[in-house]
Design a protein around this ligand. Structure first.
Ligand code: FEO
Length: 167
């Protein structure tokens, strides 16, 4: 049986993953409205990944005999000054999530919960990828600036992203 303190922290993380999913969905809605279909596709894929992350933790908590508590999720932002702002907000969200996963890992270590530590290893690696992919897009957007042709080229590239099977 999982300890109450860890159960609470896992429930908080589950909420954070589903909140991230909803925020990415808000960004997908924004890009769709701007007819930037590739960006919208990328954000929808990201939404799907965050839902998977939330579900992975939810199922894990249930497997450990824990009680899942589904908390409130706030409305996502659906308006941005441009693609760069949306991705800068994404990066902040990912950095916050990395910090939160690390804290969760520290707590699991403190409580000698080896199974939770093992489960969280996957998330630690995933956060490196998530931050890097957003940083790469931000770097391209900064180079593109106000160049519409560059923006449309990147939109085409992001249209190619497909859902990955992680389990
Ligand atoms: Fe589930 Fe982007 O962290």
């Amino acid at each position: 049986m999982i300890k109450a303190e860890l159960q609470e922290a896992l429930n908080h993380q589950i909420n954070q993953e589903f909140t991230a999913a909803y925020n990415y969905l808000g960004m997908a809605v924004y890009f769709d409205a701007k007819n930037l279909d590739g960006f919208a596709n990328w954000m929808r894929m990201q939404h799907g990944e965050e839902m998977e992350h939330g579900m992975k933790l939810l199922r894990y908590l249930q497997d450990r005999g824990g009680l899942v508590k589904l908390e409130t999720i706030e409305s996502p932002q659906c308006e941005f000054s441009g693609p760069l702002e949306a991705f800068e907000i994404s990066l902040k969200q990912e950095q916050k999530n990395t910090e939160s996963i690390n804290k969760l890992y520290e707590l699991a270590s403190k409580l000698n919960d080896y199974a939770t530590k093992s489960h969280l290893q996957w998330f630690i690696g995933e956060q490196v990828e998530e931050e890097k992919s957003v940083e790469d897009i931000i770097a391209l957007l900064e180079r593109i600036g106000d160049d519409t042709a560059g923006l449309l080229y990147l939109d085409d590239k992001l249209a190619a992203r497909k859902a990955e099977i992680t389990e």
